[in-house]
Design a protein around this ligand. Structure first.
Ligand SMILES: [Zn+2]
Ligand SMILES: [Zn+2]
Length: 316
């Protein structure tokens, strides 16, 4: 962004970075100043050590150089924002990552009219249609109750997904303690400090096997099949991710119970969002750009691919 000498989600250290949210492919350490929501700054402090942060609250507009910048809820994870950049009457919205369905851990996406909408397309193919989140949680609870003596081990990304799964369980009136892997502890605690109550959480490490029978344990995806999980009582291996739509991905990770719960917009959410934002032009980033570009062209919306390096979608 030239007139402001600032960068959005830069993949290399910059003097001034505007950061949409705390996932590692968007928020990196080592910048000079970081402009972000207070929640994103708190997450970055926890992950990278204290940042030289400038807090911008949702709805607040700040002037940087010759541009006005606002942060608007993106509904992706706690603190996640779309960044609206206004310069000489041109409005550009950088969505970062977003979704449209309800998430009890963060405020919902706000449609913001603009000239250029920069959209992600992680699940930018018509085959990606995420089911209702509540029904996925019901499948988890059903399986837990159907197999007494076992536990359900759910792989979920440490930032956002893990806390969302916990909150969704609480909403389904599951009030047993939920056991967590040590790698989730810090972010779960931070969510609670930032006003997202997760109910009773206990560390799973060091707990006798018998206590974990009939319980739900949440861990990062990387711990699903490692030595740590071998101490658990006959776990039913689950994973919460939009990628669980693809059977092969579930099989690769030995997932018995794939739960399609995503923090990214599915195909219907992407196309609905572009329709509602109604920009003059859409620029499409990280994901399956071609199908969405094609859809835009069919609907007389100017669209192009923005090939950005370094965005991995490891966050879903
Ligand atoms: Zn993300
Ligand atoms: Zn991303």
């Amino acid at each position: 962004m030239k007139p402001a000498d600032a960068w959005v989600d830069p993949s290399r250290p910059k003097d001034r970075a505007l950061v949409t949210h705390g996932h590692a492919d968007h928020a990196r350490g080592g910048h000079g100043e970081v402009w972000a929501t207070p929640e994103t700054l708190a997450i970055m402090d926890a992950r990278y050590g204290e940042q030289r942060g400038v807090e911008v609250r949702y709805g607040e507009t700040v002037r940087i150089g010759e541009v006005d910048v606002s942060f608007i809820p993106a509904g992706h994870v706690l603190g996640s924002a779309q960044i609206l950049i206004e310069h000489k009457r041109e409005r550009v919205v950088v969505s970062g990552d977003y979704k449209r369905r309800e998430d009890p851990t963060c405020p919902p996406f706000v449609v913001t009219p603009c000239d250029i909408f920069i959209s992600e397309a992680t699940f930018g193919l018509p085959v990606f249609r995420h089911p209702d989140t509540g029904s996925e949680i019901d499948r988890l609870l059903h399986r837990l109750r159907a197999e007494p003596g076992r536990c359900v081990l759910v792989g979920a990304y440490a930032l956002g997904k893990a806390q969302r799964v916990i909150m969704e369980l609480r909403r389904r009136a599951y009030d047993e303690p939920i056991y967590i892997h040590g790698a989730l502890e810090r972010l779960c605690r931070l969510y609670e400090e930032l006003g997202v109550p997760l109910g009773e959480l206990r560390l799973a490490t060091g707990v006798p096997k018998a206590e974990l029978a009939d319980k739900i344990i949440i861990c990062p995806p990387g711990a699903l099949n490692d030595r740590w999980s071998r101490r658990l009582p006959d776990p039913i291996t689950a994973m919460a991710s939009g990628w669980m739509r693809i059977r092969q991905r579930a099989r690769q990770r030995n997932v018995e119970l794939p739960l399609i719960i995503s923090d990214h917009a599915d195909w219907d959410e992407l196309t609905r969002t572009i329709r509602e934002v109604a920009p003059k032009e859409v620029w499409i980033t990280h994901g399956r750009e071609d199908a969405l570009v094609h859809w835009c062209q069919l609907h007389q919306i100017k669209a192009r691919e923005l090939n950005l390096v370094g965005y991995e979608d490891e966050d879903d």
